[in-house]
Design a protein around this ligand. Sequence first.
Ligand code: BGP
Length: 457
Amino acid sequence: MPSARPKRPPPAQFTFPRNFIWGVSAAAPQIEGASFRYGKGESIWDRFATRRGKVLNGDRLDPACDHYHRFVADLDLMRDLGIRHYRLSLAWPRIFPEGDGALNSQGLDFYQRLVDAMLERGIKPWVTMFHWDLPQALEDRGGWRSRTVPDAFATYADTVVRSLGDRVKSWITVNEIRCFTEQAYGARGKAPGVVESRGIVNQTIHNALLCHGHGVRAVREHGGRGAECGLSDNCETVIPVTESQDDVAAAHEYFEGANQAVLDPIYRGRYSEGYLRKCGPNRPRVARGDFALIGLPTDFLGLNIYAGLFVRRGRDGHPELLHPSASYPRTDSPWLHLAPRALYWAPRLVADVYRVRNLYVTENGCGYDDDVVRNGECIDLHRVEYLRSYLRELQRGIADGTPVRGYFVWCFLDNFEWTDGYTRRFGIVHNNFKTQRRTPKLSAYWYKSVMAANRVL
Ligand code: BGP
């Protein structure tokens, strides 16, 4: 006899959990413009961009998307696209032009107005305290090599949390430590673009970790009720070539080894023996109390995930890295080959290795140079397919139990894409940099429908 009870329909395929957070990301130096106005101080990126050959076509950070003057219209557009969560960053040199010392109240005012305008439109702010725009004045005093930066950051973090903490409840301390340390002091690709000894590079990482700790401390001290915080990390994203037990175990081992410098101090309150052995005489100088600060408990971990490293169990029994061939599909960013399974494996490995219970994908997206507006439309099919294939893997991970609570597309608007200037477009909204006209791309409308359905369509 068939039961009389009506059966509940199975959950629709590719559905995300209830209350899943959908959002978009951006960063102050990439969109605001007004680099030298309203009391803002120079950042290391403002300076770096003036150096010959550093940024494609000699592009500067001004006017970028002129978001400083156009934020009201940009937030209206966000609201119209159904965006309810926006990850933005604060420009440190807009608030403390010299990094420490005198406060520029116009800078704080700007962010007060911006956050108020977001809340009026039902958009929740997720605020990153630092997204690479170190005040140049601090670089002149040693930059990330020196503890001057964490000391100054402590005051900066206290100041921003005190002044915005009644309205901002989700804080991200710093964005992608390895990018503004290793790639900036150990390679010439990111500001300030100098090559220092390994010992100095390791010290820049340690000093960045101290800033993260101060960010957490500031949120605990001044954030008020319901305040949450975490880091946005660009850990090495490792993908087992096959999902056999052996390859998964190899990926696990590789992941642990590759991400110790940043995640061990934060989650385990120390550098691992293996890391210190690898550093040898170049190990960072650690002062008393550093790990207590760096290891302060956080509420979540943000992951910025784009490409992935393919690993298998090698013949010698060790994890073996496999390199994509020249014709492996890529975006227009040479480093960004397509690896949708990164969105399955990176959160899963982080959660397993470091026992993280709340994860957010704080960035995921792709850059192309040929997003053009024709007849009022920008048909970015490549981006729709990229996002769709990655999100399916994210959903698969969540269905398998990985605790990912939300996802933010990088990025809302085409913007100043660091050394790629205005050439590389990552936005779901097209920006014409001559007229500052915004045109939502096909991917923006597609993402709107995904957010509304809470499901990959
Ligand atoms: C991340 C940054 C973003 C964004 C993105 C694209 O590392 O946090 O700010 O720029 O990558 O990267 P890129 O400009 O290096 O292509």
